[in-house]
Design a protein around this ligand. Structure first.
Ligand SMILES: Cc1ncc(COP(=O)(O)O)c(C=O)c1O
Length: 400
């Protein structure tokens, strides 16, 4: 192509940070507010019930000024002491990352690795829990959606396994890639602790994270010999002074941004938000099926029941993946996510993988633009692909 058509509004289609709504940007564009009294203080209190509504919980939430890694550490710090044992089912990079953080805090981790393309095998999890007759496993670390593999795991089924085996371990869920995108029902599903960040389904620039916890988890916290003062969720969830929400200075502008984002979510309705993500994901899968008819295009997760509605990992073959990402970035103003941990570092196969982010503030025309960008890039680079992908995606979006 001799003419780039990249100028115009860029589209960051990576799995976080996600597209920021104009309403969020505008809410953040303001002079520094008073942090002692007034609007900001009231606004912060108003966030708590609306965060609970997104997570479908009536229990506690603590806010941290951190990315998701901070939320991981916060959650662990409140209930895991050095020497405790954790069970970690893994299907992608992020369970390993959370486990490594637990190791750094002195915990033992028992990892069940299910590879990078299949969901948890619940029978193996049940076997591990049954084998733990002394109930040494204090918690199960459960990544709901693994953002590297785009596998969506079945959290209610994991709860049933814990119940059926009579194992008292806490169920701790990582919803960093799923909250506000995929259905998640903290109380109904019996999740004890849930961590998330603000930069994906919650549509706010990176910098805030959240730990939700129920009374069981609060009891586990109360039994801890000590908890790091900064990560302790107790004052944050029940603050007597405004600064206790944050353990220090408030993330002023993020709070305004989050207020605007929660308003968007609740104006749409969280059930509708989930349905929108599902429909748009199905459009991507329909296009993928057409492309896969001829050529190397392959979704990483074969079974749609275990695919995320917010992120899609794709393997296009070592010589094509990075080339396509570069081409659509240079020529279309479209940024796709890099592949993450799907092949060992240095292995050329790693260049086959890339990811589509379709989380948060995304609609039908954006997804068709994203798919059109992929189709254009494959045409430009001569990558073999089946026909009819855009027709198939349009039919899904049209509800046909
Ligand atoms: C599932 C999951 N867990 C944890 C993290 C880590 O979050 P952060 O990059 O904000 O530290 C991410 C980030 O993409 C994630 O997708």
């Amino acid at each position: 192509m001799d003419l780039s058509v990249a100028q115009g509004r860029e589209y960051l289609a990576i799995p976080g940070p996600s597209v920021i709504p104009d309403a969020v940007l505008q809410a953040m564009h303001r002079p520094a507010p008073n942090i002692y009294a007034g609007d900001l203080v009231d606004l912060t209190r108003s966030l708590i019930p609306d965060l609970r509504r997104v997570a479908r919980t009536e229990h506690h939430v603590a806010i941290y000024i951190s990315n998701g890694h901070g939320a991981w550490e916060a959650a662990l710090s409140n209930v895991i002491a050095p020497g405790d044992t954790l069970l970690v089912p893994a299907c992608g990079r992020f369970a390993h990352g959370w486990a490594e953080m637990a190791n750094g805090l002195g915990a033992e981790t028992q990892i069940l690795d299910f590879g990078k393309s299949a969901p948890w095998d619940l029978n193996r999890i049940a076997d591990a829990l049954r084998a733990d007759t002394a109930h040494r496993i204090k918690a199960v670390l459960a990544v709901h959606v693994d953002t590297s593999s785009s596998i969506r795991n079945d959290i209610p089924a994991l709860r049933r396994v814990l119940d059926e085996t009579g194992h008292p371990a806490l169920l701790m869920a990582d919803c960093i890639a799923s909250l506000g995108c995929d259905r998640f029902e903290m109380d109904l599903w019996g999740v004890d602790v849930m961590v998330t960040g603000c930069q994906k389904g919650l549509m706010v620039p990176p910098g805030m994270s959240f730990v939700f916890f129920n009374p069981r988890a609060a009891s586990a916290r109360a039994a801890m010999p000590r908890v790091s003062r900064y990560w302790d969720w107790s004052p944050r969830a029940n603050p007597e002074e405004f600064y206790q929400f944050f353990g220090g200075t408030a993330p002023t502008h993020h709070l305004y941004g989050l207020r605007a984002a929660l308003d968007l979510i609740h104006a749409e309705g969280i059930d509708h938000v989930w349905d929108r993500h599902e429909r748009l994901a199905q459009a991507i899968w329909a296009a993928a099926d057409a492309w896969a008819q001829d050529g190397p295009f392959r979704l990483n997760v074969a079974d749609p029941a275990y695919r995320s509605h917010a992120v899609t990992a794709i393997d296009l073959g070592a010589q094509h993946g990075t080339a396509l990402r570069d081409w659509v970035s240079d020529n279309m103003g479209l940024t796709l996510g890099i592949g993450l941990g799907m092949a060992p570092p240095g292995d050329p196969a790693a260049h086959g993988f890339f990811r589509l982010g379709h989380m948060g503030h995304v609609n039908g025309q954006m997804i068709l633009g994203l798919l059109g960008g992929l189709e254009t890039g494959m045409c430009a680079l001569g990558i073999p692909h089946g026909r009819g992908a855009l027709d198939a995606a349009a039919a899904v979006i049209a509800g046909r």
